[in-house]
Design a protein around this ligand. Structure first.
Ligand SMILES: Nc1ncnc2c1ncn2[C@@H]1O[C@H](COP(=O)(O)OP(=O)(O)O)[C@@H](O)[C@H]1O
Ligand SMILES: [Mg+2]
Length: 251
């Protein structure tokens, strides 16, 4: 059963076509990597999948039905089920809010819990990203980039979503922290059965987390394959170039 599906999607900014005929499916528990050079349209695909923009042609389907952004009950269920993780944890966390408020935000805005249950679920989410309870009363600036991205991930999982959409989640972090955040995403997948779409220009990171990978070039899907196949036997010249630029192959 698919959670989210993009069918023959086209998208343009004014007269500039950005996506053409893009189809992809994310099944329950699946992890999908999205790779391709800068400007290929990766972030735009995530915007469509998040319902932040609507395709000009084709459609987005959630649980098998069109994602109608005017259906408020549907959108609420969608927001609880599909959560974003952004690239830069320095700008994605409100500096004026304490961590407990930041992490609780989806529960409050989607009215999923109140009072003690909010506190319990925020504490659970923080534990899942390996942050201790002392984190709750502090502010984002007191944390390193990696810790901030953990806080952002705690916020993304507090509504108990089925799917995370992560746009370059480690590219703003230093190299040692990257590995830790990638490992965290991989373990959330394993332990909580979360489905994940991860955009990255680092094929090594994609290989560590994603079972299958879609290669995007100039707004079109040029290859879609199990990640292992893509790394060992890419079918297109373009994917070969991407694989060729990977510094080291994954475990
Ligand atoms: N808000 C915007 N207005 C106009 N053009 C945009 C906007 N956002 C992105 N684009 C253009 O759309 C294309 C795809 O961008 P994007 O989806 O961000 O690519 P990627 O994430 O793969 O680097 C690029 O040519 C980019 O310049
Ligand atoms: Mg991008």
């Amino acid at each position: 059963m698919s959670i989210l599906e993009l069918t023959k999607a086209g998208f343009a900014y004014g007269s500039q076509t950005v996506l053409e005929d893009v189809s992809l499916t994310i099944d329950e528990g699946e992890s999908l990597g999205l790779v391709g050079e800068s400007g290929a349209g990766k972030s735009t695909i995530l915007r469509l999948l998040l319902g932040l923009a609507a395709p000009n042609s084709g459609d987005v389907r959630f649980d098998g039905a069109p994602l109608n952004l005017r259906d408020r009950a549907l959108v609420r269920r969608f927001r609880a089920s599909v959560q974003p993780v952004f690239q830069d944890p320095y700008s994605s966390l409100d500096p004026r809010q304490r961590v407990d408020r930041i992490v609780a935000e989806p529960l409050r805005s989607l009215k999923l819990a109140k009072g003690d249950e909010v506190r319990t679920r925020v504490a659970e989410a923080l534990a899942s990203v390996n942050l201790d309870a002392g984190t709750l009363t502090r502010y984002p600036h007191e944390f390193s980039g990696g810790q901030r991205q953990r806080i952002a991930i705690a916020r993304a999982i507090v509504s108990r979503p089925r799917l995370l959409l992560a746009d370059e989640p480690v590219s703003a972090l230093d190299v040692t922290t990257r590995v830790q955040v990638i490992d965290l995403l991989a373990s959330l997948r394993r332990e909580q059965g979360l489905a994940l779409v991860m955009v990255s220009h680092d094929l090594g990171a994609v290989a560590a987390v994603c079972d299958s990978t879609v290669v995007l070039r100039s707004g079109r899907v040029v290859e879609s394959a199990p990640t292992r196949t893509l790394l060992t036997a890419p079918a297109t010249e373009y994917a070969r170039t991407l694989v060729g630029s990977v510094p080291r192959l994954p475990r």
